[in-house]
Design a protein around this ligand. Structure first.
Ligand code: ADP
Ligand code: ZN
Length: 289
C-alpha cells in the first residue's frame, strides 16, 4: 500500500494535483487546465494512476455539496462552468480509488494550510480570503475547517456602499455584494477597463477597495473572532492595500472590539500559491490516521 498522500486543488481555471510523503515533501505535481470534466478528470486519473496515494485531500471551486447527509454529497453544484454543474466529483474519485478523502472548498483548504504552516501558525483559528477572479473565504475554527449544512460563501455578503462608489457591481446574483464590489473584474470595471495591476497605487479605486475589504474583515471579526485574517489572490498582491484596509478597519470598528494588533491580524498569505495544496496534503495525512 502506498505511503504517499494526494492533493487536488480544483480551481475554475486550473487543477493542481500533488503527491507528498508524510513529511509533506512534495514529490510530484501537475497543473491541468479546467476544461470539461471528461478531459480534466482523465488527466487527474492519469496522474494518480501513476502516483498512487493512500488518502487524498480535495479543495474544490464551488459551490459544492459538503453535507454528508445529502444525496449529492461530493458534487459540484451550481457553477456556471460548462459541464461541472451537478458533477459528482468525489463519487468519480471514489470509483477510481477506494481510499479516505477529505472534501471541502478551495478556500477552506487554503485556510487550513495557512493555519498549520503559514501566516496563522500556532493558532487554532483563521479566516482566509481570496480576492482574484472571484472573492471568497474559508475559515478554520477550533482547528477544524468551518462547515455547517454547507460551506460558507463569504464573498456574497451584503455591503454598505462607499459614498463615492458609483459602480453597480459584478455579481450575477446580487450585483453589489462583497464579491461584486471587490473581485478583480469588479476593480477593473470600476476603473473603466484598466487592468488591476495598471491602476496607479494612489488611485481612489484602492481606497474604495480597502473600504470594502475592511468592512468584510469587520463582519468576519464580529461573527467568528478569528485569530488571523489572511488575504490571498491576485488583487491582494497590491501591497498598498494592507495599511489602507487596517486603517479603514479601525475606523469602521470604532473601538468596539479590541482585536490583536492590526499589523499581525490582517495579513498577506504566507504560503502563496501553495496554501491550498498544503492544506489538502495535511488533511489527507489526517484522514489516513
Ligand atoms: P484566480 O482567482 O483565477 O485563481 P488570481 O487570484 O490571480 O486568479 O485572480 C485574477 C484576478 O486578479 C484578475 O482579475 C486580475 O485583475 C487580478 N490580479 C492579478 N494579479 C494582480 C496584481 N498584481 N494586482 C492587482 N490585481 C491583480
Ligand atoms: Zn454575490
Amino acid at each position: 500500500m502506498s505511503e504517499l498522500y494526494g492533493a487536488i486543488e480544483a480551481g475554475g481555471t486550473k487543477f493542481v494535483c500533488a503527491v507528498s510523503d508524510k513529511e509533506m515533501n512534495i514529490l510530484k505535481r501537475v497543473k491541468i487546465p479546467t476544461t470539461v470534466p471528461e478531459e480534466t478528470m482523465a488527466e487527474v486519473f492519469k496522474f494518480f494512476d501513476e502516483n498512487p496515494v493512500c488518502a487524498m485531500g480535495i479543495g474544490s471551486f464551488g459551490p459544492i455539496d459538503v453535507n454528508k447527509k445529502s444525496k449529492t454529497y461530493g458534487y459540484i453544484t451550481t457553477t456556471p462552468k460548462k459541464g461541472w454543474a451537478n458533477y459528482n466529483f468525489l463519487g468519480e474519485m471514489k470509483k477510481h480509488y477506494d481510499i479516505p478523502y477529505v472534501w471541502t472548498t478551495d478556500v477552506n483548504v487554503a485556510a487550513y494550510g495557512e493555519l498549520k504552516l503559514g501566516a496563522a501558525k500556532n493558532n487554532e483559528s483563521c479566516v482566509y480570503l481570496t480576492v482574484g477572479t472571484g472573492m471568497g473565504g474559508g475559515a478554520v475554527v477550533n482547528g477544524k475547517v468551518l462547515e455547517g449544512f454547507g460551506h460558507p460563501e463569504m464573498g456574497h455578503i451584503t455591503m454598505r456602499r462607499h459614498p463615492d462608489d458609483k459602480y453597480e457591481g459584478y455579481c450575477i446574483y446580487h450585483k453589489d455584494c462583497l464579491e461584486g464590489l471587490t473581485c478583480g473584474p469588479a476593480v477593473e470595471a470600476r476603473a473603466g477597463g484598466v487592468k488591476a495591476y495598471d491602476i496607479p497605487k494612489d488611485a481612489k479605486d484602492w481606497e474604495i477597495e480597502a473600504y470594502y475589504l475592511a468592512q468584510a474583515c469587520m463582519a468576519y471579526t464580529l461573527i467568528l473572532s478569528p485569530e488571523k485574517i489572511i488575504f490571498g489572490g491576485g488583487v491582494s498582491k497590491q501591497e498598498q492595500l494592507f495599511p489602507m484596509i487596517r486603517k479603514s478597519f479601525a475606523e469602521q470598528m470604532n473601538g468596539y472590539v479590541k482585536t490583536p494588533d492590526l499589523d499581525d491580524y490582517i495579513v498577506h498569505v504566507e504560503l502563496g500559491d501553495d496554501a491550498g495544496i498544503t492544506g489538502c496534503l495535511l488533511l489527507a495525512i489526517n484522514a489516513a490516521r
